[in-house]
Design a protein around this ligand. Structure first.
Ligand SMILES: Nc1ncnc2c1ncn2[C@@H]1O[C@H](COP(=O)(O)OP(=O)(O)OP(=O)(O)O)[C@@H](O)[C@H]1O
Length: 236
């Protein structure tokens, strides 16, 4: 089994405050990983350390590459649309993605737009919060790459669409690619997860197969996760 990500003793401080320390994390190819942790735990920071937009101590390799520019080419990160002005039309955003990312697949993007009911003739200013999130999901999944990082992709999306997207995500992920999804709706993403990574106490508190939670503790992922904040799970 090959690894898509290898983080070795990664630590990161901001304004002298330790945000993450001693992070060792290895992810295999082909997995869907749930990245869980309370607000401010460091999930977004972990993703930014993986892409290289945050620089900490230690080493990060994506598909064996430690150089930031090369790492970025292997990663599709659900970046917000902050870089674009509100008057930008979606068509222009798409043209930009096509220019910048050689792995952007217009056919897959069109299919995603149909699936998510996105009207690409609209301006960014006329999109609701949930519609913007759908656009970000479509842009992120339209790239054909090794590692997808989806940072709270569904928070503004209505529950019906959310369920539909979650159950179809496997269809959009290339078989050998790995997808990391951070989310607060733990119970909704739980069925599609192969593994969970929990960020707590400024580090990776646990990384384990999703199935092992039920086998070992006899509870679902959400109950297991919540129990970590109440002093641990009791074995059966
Ligand atoms: N721009 C910033 N300046 C200073 N501290 C920051 C900044 N961004 C994040 N932090 C701090 O880094 C820590 C981790 O934040 P991060 O956004 O990674 O958490 P998170 O797990 O993604 O949270 P959430 O679930 O709320 O999105 C927090 O303590 C936060 O206060």
């Amino acid at each position: 089994m090959t690894n898509v990500l290898a983080m070795n003793q990664v630590s990161y401080k901001r304004n002298l405050k330790t945000i993450l320390h001693d992070v060792d994390l290895t992810l295999e190819t082909g997995k869907i990983i749930g990245l869980l942790g309370e607000n401010g735990a460091g999930k977004t920071t972990l993703m930014r350390l993986i892409t290289g937009s945050a620089k900490g101590k230690g080493t990060v390799a994506v598909s064996g590459d430690t150089v930031v520019a090369n790492r970025k080419s292997h990663i599709s990160f659900s970046e917000q649309l902050h870089g674009f002005s509100n008057s930008t039309k979606l068509d222009e955003v798409i043209a930009f993605y096509q220019r910048v990312y050689v792995d952007f697949d217009p056919k897959q993007f069109t299919e995603l737009c149909t699936f998510l009911q996105i009207d690409t003739s609209l301006k960014l200013s006329s999109l609701s919060k949930g519609m913007k999130e759908k656009v970000i999901i479509a842009l992120t999944l339209a790239r054909r790459t090794n590692l997808y990082l989806l940072d709270e992709p569904f928070s503004g999306i209505d529950s019906m669409s959310r369920k539909k997207i979650i159950s179809s995500i496997i269809k959009w992920k290339p078989e050998n690619a790995t997808m990391v999804i951070s989310d607060h709706y733990v119970s909704e993403i739980a069925p599609i997860l192969d593994e969970i990574v929990i960020v707590k106490d400024q580090t990776i508190y646990t990384h384990r197969p999703a199935d092992s939670v039920r086998e070992e503790f006899g509870v679902g992922i959400e109950a297991y996760y919540e129990s970590l904040y109440k002093g641990g799970v009791q074995h059966d």
